[in-house]
Design a protein around this ligand. Structure first.
Ligand code: E4P
Length: 217
C-alpha cells in the first residue's frame, strides 16, 4: 500500500518525506486555504520535496475551464496529478487528460458506480472518501470493498486511493481490503507507529542495557 500525505503543510511533508514514508501528496482547496499560501507556490514547493504524484485540484466546474486550469497546474512540475471532481464534466476532463498522458485523480467519490465511471474514464486514481461516508452513518469501508471487487472483476488499472482517512483503523482496514493507496493527515501517519507495548519493551530493554555498563562502538 502506498502512503500519500493529505496536507499542504510543507514542513510536515518535508519531515515525513525524510523518514521515507511519503509516496505522494494529496491537496484540495481546503488544504490550500489552511496552508495560507498560493496554490502555485505551495504546490511547486511540495513537488520539489517528493518524487511521487502530487494531486492539485481544479476548481472550475465546467469542462473547458477545467482543462485550462489543468494546463496551468500541469506546468508546475512533472509529478503533478490533476484532481478533478466526480461530475460529468470532471469525467470528460479525466478522459481527455489521461488520453494526453497526464495523471488524474478523480475526487469526491461516494459510490461504487461513480468509481466505475472514473475507471472507464481512464482515471489514474479514484478517491473514495471513507470518513465523510462514515459521517452520514454508512460504513465507508464497504465502499472500498465494493470498488475493489468491481475493479478486479474487470481488471481496471485505476488505483483505489482511500481518502478522508481519519483513524489508524481506517488505514488498517483499507490495507486489508486492498486499497492501492491511503492518503492520510500527517498525525494519522505518525500514529501508525504507536503501540504501548513497543514503548514499554523499549524502556525495559534500555534499562537492562544500562545495567550492563556496555556501549556499542
Ligand atoms: C484527499 O484527496 C481528500 O481531499 C481528503 O482526504 C478529504 O479529507 P476530509 O474528508 O478529511 O476533508
Amino acid at each position: 500500500m502506498k502512503f500519500f500525505v493529505d496536507t499542504a503543510d510543507v514542513k510536515e511533508i518535508r519531515e515525513l518525506n525524510e523518514l521515507g514514508l511519503v509516496d505522494g501528496v494529496t491537496t484540495n482547496p481546503s488544504l490550500i486555504l489552511k496552508s495560507g499560501g498560493s496554490i502555485t507556490e505551495v504546490t511547486k514547493e511540495i513537488c520539489g520535496i517528493v518524487d511521487g504524484p502530487v494531486s492539485a485540484e481544479v476548481v472550475a466546474t465546467d469542462y473547458a475551464q477545467m482543462m485550462k486550469e489543468a494546463d496551468v497546474l500541469s506546468k508546475i512540475a512533472d509529478n503533478i496529478c490533476i484532481k478533478v471532481p466526480l461530475t460529468l464534466d470532471g469525467l470528460k476532463a479525466c478522459k481527455a487528460l489521461t488520453s494526453d498522458g497526464r495523471a488524474v485523480n478523480v475526487t469526491l467519490c461516494f459510490s461504487a458506480n461513480q468509481a466505475l465511471l472514473a475507471a472507464k474514464a481512464g482515471a489514474t486514481f479514484i478517491s473514495p472518501f471513507i470518513g465523510r461516508v462514515d459521517d452520514i452513518g454508512i460504513d465507508g469501508m464497504e465502499l472500498i470493498g465494493e470498488i475493489r471487487t468491481i475493479y478486479d472483476n474487470y481488471d481496471f488499472k485505476t488505483e483505489i486511493l482511500a481518502a478522508s482517512i481519519r483513524t489508524v483503523n481506517h488505514v488498517k482496514q483499507a490495507a486489508m481490503i486492498g486499497a492501492d493507496v491511503g492518503t492520510m493527515p500527517p498525525a494519522t501517519l505518525r500514529a501508525l507507529v504507536k503501540h504501548p507495548l513497543t514503548d514499554k519493551g523499549l524502556e525495559s530493554f534500555l534499562a537492562d542495557w544500562a545495567k550492563t555498563g556496555q556501549t556499542i562502538a
